[in-house]
Design a protein around this ligand. Sequence first.
Ligand code: AKG
Length: 369
Amino acid sequence: MQDQCVLKLEHWCSFEKAVMESDKFSADRNQPLDMGSSEPPFQDTYKALFDDYVDAESKYEKNDVVIVAECELPMVDLSRLNLGEEEREDCKREIAKASQDWGFFQVVNHGICREILEKMRREQMKVFKRPFCEKINDEFMNFSEGSYRWGTPSATCLKQLSWSEAFHVPLAHISGLGGLTNLSLTMEQFATTVSDLAQKLAEILAEKMGHKSTFFKENCLPNTCYLRMNRYPPCPISSEVFGLMSHTDSDFLTILHQDQIGGLQLVKDGNWIAVKPNQDALIINIGDLFQAWSNGVYKSVQHRVVANKLEERFSTAYFFCPSYDTEIQSCVEPSVYRRFSFREFRQEVQEDVKKFGYKIGLPSFLVQN
Ligand SMILES: O=C(O)CCC(=O)C(=O)O
């Protein structure tokens, strides 16, 4: 895998250049807020963080260069699940191994037709083009309260600000809309096909831990999962902020469809690596709940998105989650994590974010705490 890596010099610039960029940015900030614009008002809302950044010259090191390797994620051809016993078992083994070694892999021949993926992307692009004042209006968009998110309200410095906007939608709510609009119809179609894939992968991962169980069928229902449509606007200060801050996912597993712009990075063996986009592949990553369920065998790894100065980027994530009452318990003993409900996990994460400005997540549930 190392041989496939291409060293990529990340756009981490010298302090002088950063200040120049901030100056350019300040000029933009003097423009009056355009109410018809679709762009979230990052510059006005986070003005204090930019001012602090420009003032805090001495805190920043000169020529801070970050090298990030660009890698192909482990590739799994899922068509082999439909072949003979040997091929099928090899394929399952690869899925489990990638989940153990990387926490991330990509799949081709996944059964989600290109047409659905393209339609989802088109509808997603359309909704993000709506004026910002419409997007923040829950009633207008017909999504549940708080579905539209942008920036990082809890950020106390530029490095904590995510330069992105998203609709984070509970699927229970989309079914309720009854295909009211093209967008909700498309989201429903997308989620239905992707949920079958998520079930299949979860069952394989459970089987490779020695458990042929109905746990996922019983607890992760189409309406307990979430769909997140992400947009990463071009960012004039792309070297100073992330598109999406480093995090792990609070679910069992995530299925991601991204465009060809690139920007997704993950931690592998203690280093950040950049994921090379592949237009035929979907990306799968293990979430916190699978790490707990597998007693730490499958890894929920930190990932983030870097901001892009010139191009906007889109991605769609399907979060495979159980109902809030579902108890998460390690499938082997002795257990590294104490038993917890998904509701408890979510509450703890929300409280951490309020208290510290970031998620602690699984370490709070270690038995030895
Ligand atoms: O856009 C991406 O590539 C990653 C999205 C992501 O990590 C998320 O939505 O939680």
